[in-house]
Design a protein around this ligand. Structure first.
Ligand code: PLP
Length: 471
């Protein structure tokens, strides 16, 4: 659903919102029972006051277009005939604020992993930070930049990590990359001439596996348990080019690697003259206690730290960073230079300004509360519809959860049955390259991007599919 407003129009903001929602209903683009965004959400997205949106909604309720349900939101009324679009109310698109609002809860509910709640993106703060950064930057900022990235952002990230994670590194070690995807691809290319194998957690993210394989490196999966990597399994695989690991929040199972294993892992890295690639993709979103300390702090010479702004802010800016041991900086910079010269710079200035003004930490703090509530909603719904027969794996953190359904095997016929009920879930077996059978009852449920209503509906549909005879 598109809502477009023009602040300079002689038609009031309330009237513009009212007319557009009314037209969407009359044109059949908003169906009966379809849920509208909350007034708070729409107001935030449009950068206007909530009372304006409330006034428009109330008008539409009064005229019978919408029904306001106290506590469960506003939905489109039924029994309205569809009429052809009315050109007279169309608002010109240029110089307008346009936002896309989430689809209705009647469509497919996709429990995809790692997708942020875009409706809560701090658009107004981001716009202001972007504008301030453009106002402040020197003319030279419009030319080429060093391959390491914009130095203000590198300094800002170093200070941010010290403040929030207690992680100490020099800004000179921080290399800005276009997301962790590029960071991992560059590291795989950089290290592939040393040795030909890479050890990787099993299960792991299939996309990340692909990145390493595309660098023509052989992958060996190392099993994990509920605390992460099983270090004893490493001994049968000496001399890898590097080990890929997610010690703060194992992807996808959610374990936190305990200090004893961290120390053994580092001992292995030293004994085998190899590197540990620490992918710290979502550790800020830990709902119980503080974020876990990094592996990097324990051995800055052996650990390559990979951070990203994709989960904590948005993947759209494609900004991440590597923290490199000194000896890798020079060969890395050469590789990056002949790869893409440098990551897009203007957004780097804006991000530095956004972090320095406190916008990022405020956003993380806010999202942590929202994601924790969504996680709890998911658990509550599972308890309601499938009591005592499921287990949650991993720690209370991140944007997804792995759930084991005792006695269920998520084989293709069952997945088809679940999909037929308009729900998409992700069997953990698809993330495994060793013992798939051990994970046959486990699925991944990403919840961050879903509304509370979507989580409720999705779990109701999923559990109904699981209860069908024959499964
Ligand atoms: C474990 C893990 N690492 C890295 C990434 C990639 O992140 P980016 O957007 O920074 O490339 C993802 C994306 O979902 C992920 O799940």
């Amino acid at each position: 659903m598109w809502i477009t407003i023009e602040k300079k129009s002689d038609c009031s903001l309330m009237r513009q919102i009212y007319q557009q929602i009314r037209d969407l209903i009359l044109e059949g683009q908003l169906a009966p029972a379809e849920k509208l965004p909350s007034t708070r959400q729409l107001a935030t997205n449009l950068g206007i006051s909530r009372s304006t949106v409330l006034e428009a909604y109330n008008q539409l309720i009064a005229e019978g277009y919408l029904i306001g349900n106290h506590g469960s939101g506003t939905v489109v009324s039924s029994g309205i005939d569809i009429v052809s679009p009315s050109p007279k109310t169309a608002v010109k698109k240029h110089s307008a604020t346009t936002v896309t609002v989430k689809a209705s809860t009647t469509s497919v509910i996709n429990f995809q992993s790692g997708v942020i709640d875009s409706s809560r993106f701090p658009l107004s703060e981001w716009k202001k930070a972007y504008q301030r950064s453009l106002d402040q930057i020197p003319e030279t900022a419009f030319g080429y930049h060093p391959s390491a990235g914009v130095s203000t952002l590198r300094q800002t990230i170093a200070a941010y990590l010290r403040r929030t994670r207690g992680l100490t590194c020099s800004p000179d070690q921080i290399m800005i990359v276009s997301g962790s995807t590029q960071g991992l691809a560059l590291i795989a290319t950089l290290l592939k001439d040393r040795k030909k194998t890479v050890l990787i957690e099993d299960p792991t993210h299939p996309g990340l596996r692909q990145i390493i394989e595309r660098a023509k490196l052989n992958l060996i999966g190392i099993p994990v348990d509920d605390q992460g990597l099983l270090i004893d399994s490493l001994t049968s695989h000496p001399n890898p080019a590097f080990i890929y690991t997610t010690p703060s929040h194992q992807y996808p199972l959610g374990g936190i690697l305990p200090i004893q294993r961290r120390q053994k892992l580092i001992q292995y890295a030293i004994a085998n003259d190899t590197y540990l690639l620490e992918d710290d993709y979502d550790s800020e979103f830990r709902f119980e206690g503080q974020p876990v300390s990094s592996l990097y702090e324990l051995s800055p010479d052996r650990v390559i730290y990979l951070g990203t702004f994709s989960k904590i802010l948005t993947p759209a800016i494609r900004l991440g960073y590597l923290i490199l041991p000194d000896q890798l900086i020079k060969p890395y910079l050469e590789l990056k230079k002949y790869s893409d010269v440098h990551t897009e710079a203007l957004t780097q200035y804006a991000l530095a300004e956004f972090i320095e003004s406190g916008g990022l930490e405020k956003h993380i703090w806010r999202m942590k509360k929202i994601y924790a509530k969504k996680r709890q909603c998911l658990i509550d719904e599972l308890s309601r519809h499938y009591p005592d027969k499921f287990e949650i794996k991993g720690h209370a953190a991140g944007l997804h959860m792995v759930v084991r359904f005792n006695g269920v095997v998520f084989a293709p016929p069952l997945i088809d049955r679940i999909n037929a009920r308009q729900v998409q879930v992700y069997p953990i077996a698809n993330y495994v390259f060793g013992n798939k059978a051990a994970y046959g009852s486990d699925i991944l449920l990403g919840y961050a991007h879903l509304t509370f209503a979507e989580i409720t509906t999705g779990i109701t549909r999923l559990c109904a599919a699981l209860r069908e005879p024959g499964f």
